[in-house]
Each structure stands twice: as C-alpha cells, then as structure tokens.
Write a protein of this length. Structure first.
Length: 267
C-alpha cells in the first residue's frame, strides 16, 4: 500500500471520528433516556457504544470495502488493512456526564500501526497522527513533557478488573514511593494522548485491549514519547500492558511495570 493510500485513510478517519463524535454527542446529551448496562464489574455499556461502532462499520464498508474492522462491541478478525475502533472510550465517564471520553480509530497495515485519530467531542479536541508525519492536537504539533525528575511527575495509572487489585495497588505504591503523583481519569485512549501531549508525564496500565490504544500508540510514537511494544504477541485478541511516557522517565516506569527497558520503542 502506498503512502498516499495511508494518508487517504488518515484524512478519512478524521472525518469519520468527527461524524461519530457528533452521533455519540446526541446520545450523551440525552443520557437520561439511555439504557446503561454492565458487561462486567465496573464495565459500562450504553446503547451509544453499539450504535457508534455499527455506523463506523458502515462507513468502512462504503469507503474501503476491502479493509477489515475490529471493534470493542462486535469484535472482528485480523486483516492486512485493519481498522480498530473503540466507539466510546471512557464509557463510565460518558454515562455520568463527565466530558472525558472519546472515539478512537486506529489503522494498521500488516500489524503495524500506521495512523490514529482520537476525538473527544465535548472538549472538541482531536488528536491524530500518521507514521513518519508527526502528531497533532487540533492541528498543532504535540510533544511529551520532557520531564526528567520523577519527583515532579504526574503519572496516570489505568485500571480494570482484568488484573488483580493487588497488582494495581503495587504499581500505585511504587509510583508514590518514587515521588510521583498518580491519577486515573478512566479513558485509556485519552490517557495515552495526554502523556504524549505533556499533560501528564506517563500513562501505565498493566492490561489494556487493542481498541483502547490502537490509535494512541501511533499518536504517542509520532509525538516523540517512549512507548511499549504493545502490538507484540497476540495483542489484538488478548491485549497487553501499555506504557507511554516522556523518554527520560520511561525506563524507570517500565521497571515498575515489570517491562524490559529494551521493549520500549523510541524515536
Ligand atoms: C476502559 C478505559 C479505562 C481503562 C480500561 C478500559 P472503556 O475502556 O479506557 O480507562 O483503564 O482498561 O477498558 O470501558 O471506557 O471503553
Ligand atoms: Ca475502551
């Protein structure tokens, strides 16, 4: 596939994310009438998630009929040209009138992340990147913080019930003991973007699914952050840990997560 074809998909994804964001907003603004169900402990699902993903599948079938789609709600299989969507990341925020949620769309070619778009409609912030072409928020180039002192750092730690609480508590303890401030804002996709954009100094999560970070990993790499090699092994079906951090702090954070510093992708 030529660079032109990938660029075409990036621009298309920017349009798709904005249209899907507008669709999600209609549900968000009428939240009281939304049925909220639980997929599992602390795992929220609204009708908006399914509707946004379904609309995205129609868009891809129309614009790029040979491409495959994997989504949080309806699954899917790997393909040479693969779109990965999280229709609403930060669903627990969405369901509670908290604006910190987004639509996340990643594009992979033969397993390599090539382009990513993440749109947070309430805040009207759109992150996007393409391999080799930098990363932007609302058109402005982004970079990680450049922080070198962990004693001044703010690190977001993602949580889900997919890992034992003790592991999360251990990671939070190590973060505080290192002198950093820890927080959690409940959208992995935005958490990765915020680490790439200097709004935090790092994002760590011991297990996350591919739809949460498929767009974020290319945005973070293009911004110049250190990023763990998320798409190694069977990440598409079983997930992996994720670390995105300003480069000087990444080796220490990787060690806290039990990752080898050599597994970090930089530059
Ligand atoms: C979750 C969020 C959360 C992260 C979890 C994800 P959802 O996705 O991204 O921040 O810690 O691992 O499952 O349920 O809001 O789509
Ligand atoms: Ca998600």
């Amino acid at each position: 596939m030529s660079d032109f074809e990938i660029t075409r998909r990036r621009y298309a994804a920017i349009g798709f994310a904005q249209e899907l964001g507008a669709l999600a907003m209609r549900y968000y603004l009428n939240r009281e009438s939304l049925a909220v169900s639980m997929k599992g402990a602390q795992d929220f699902l609204t009708v908006a998630d399914g509707a946004v993903e379904q609309r995205f599948r129609e868009m891809i079938a129309d614009a790029f009929p040979g491409d495959g789609v994997v989504g949080e709600e309806a699954g899917g299989a790997n393909a040479e040209n693969l779109w990965i969507i999280d229709p609403i990341d930060g669903t627990s925020n969405f369901a509670r009138d908290n604006p910190h949620w987004c639509v996340s769309i990643g594009f992979l070619r033969r397993g390599v992340p090539e382009a990513g778009v993440i749109f947070a409609p309430v805040m009207n912030e759109l992150y996007e990147a393409q391999r080799g072409q930098g990363a932007r928020r609302n058109g402005k180039t982004i970079h990680p913080s450049g922080e070198t002192d962990i004693g001044r750092a703010t690190i977001e730690i993602g949580w889900s019930s997919r890992r034992p609480h003790e592991d999360y508590i251990g990671l939070a303890r190590a973060t505080f003991e290192a002198g950093a401030q820890a927080k959690r804002s409940a959208s992995g996709a935005l958490g990765v973007c915020y680490a790439a954009d200097g709004r935090t100094d790092g994002y760590m999560e011991l297990h996350i699914n591919a739809w949460d970070v498929a767009a974020g990993v290319i945005i973070a790499r293009e911004a110049g952050a250190a990023v763990s090699n998320f798409f190694s092994g069977d990440a598409l079906t079983t997930g992996n840990p994720i670390l995105v951090a300003t480069p000087a702090l990444a080796p220490r954070l990787a060690a806290m997560m039990g990752l080898e510093a050599g597994e970090l992708l930089t530059g």
